[in-house]
Write a protein that binds this ligand. Structure first.
Ligand code: SAM
Length: 232
């Protein structure tokens, strides 16, 4: 049984894709995509031996060896040109780690029509990467499962420059427009945390670094509150 989070990631994979799932762990996502006929074939990439072994085990257990290649490799090095990969999924990691995988794998992106990314934290890093590398946000989703809130960002290559306002960069252009319950809750939580940090550093020595940090947090709180109040 796939988690809601991974099922929602799967829902953004175009039908008949050839998918590379990077950081696949137990390979639940590629197994689901292929066994449900949602993807033609898949590659499951893992950089750590243990998860790589469990991915292999899962693929054998589901008798999908002829359709899913499990590879021990870092990031997009799991992809070979002859695979004909059309979509990449990277889920369950921090935004900056996802970005470093994308940055290091730039020469392996030919033919990739869609990136489906699910950062656990700091989704902003992915939007910054998208703008810098001309990928456009075609869909975003925010979900709550087991009291955790997850964002999914779906990117496609763009032939025009991609830009975001500061609020869009932080909160997501699509998610901001929708203003869902999970979205509101996420940003209320974040903003409350920032206020706690500000309160806790109030009593420490006001070095330049601390003052700058406070300034940055105040700016972010204002940005978030503006957006949340706009929704009302
Ligand atoms: N994608 C699955 C999911 O969303 O449930 C598993 C997420 S798990 C928390 C993150 C996995 O990414 C770990 O198994 C880790 O070994 C793998 N990983 C981290 N850095 C990686 C890299 N550079 N290349 C491939 N896999 C990586």
């Amino acid at each position: 049984q796939l988690s809601i989070r991974l099922a929602r990631v799967a829902s953004h994979v175009p039908k008949n894709s050839v998918v590379a799932d990077i950081g696949s762990d137990h390979a639940y996502l590629p197994c689901y995509l292929v066994s449900q006929g949602l993807a033609e074939r898949a590659v499951a990439g893992e950089v750590v031996k243990g998860p790589y072994e469990s991915a292999k085990k899962q693929v054998i257990q589901e008798q999908l060896e002829d359709k899913i290649a499990v590879r021990l490799a870092s990031g997009l090095e799991a992809i070979h040109q002859e695979d004909g990969i059309t979509a990449v999924t990277i889920a369950g990691m921090g935004g900056p780690l996802i970005v470093s995988i994308l940055d290091q794998g730039k020469d392996r992106m030919a033919g990739i029509e869609r990136l489906i990314l699910q950062p656990n934290v700091h989704a902003l890093a992915i939007r910054e990467w998208a703008a810098a590398n001309q990928w456009t946000v075609i869909e975003e989703e925010i979900i709550k499962e087991n009291n955790k809130i997850y964002e999914i960002i779906v990117l496609e290559p763009s032939n025009q420059p991609v830009t975001f306002t500061p609020a869009e960069l932080l909160m997501g252009p699509v998610l901001m427009k929708e203003g869902s319950e999970a979205f509101r809750e996420k940003w209320q939580r974040e903003s409350a945390q920032w206020k706690n940090i500000i309160a806790s550093i109030e009593s420490t020595e006001q070095t330049l670094e601390i003052v700058e940090k406070k300034h940055e947090l105040v700016g972010k709180i204002q940005l978030v509150e503006e957006v949340l109040n706009r929704e009302n």
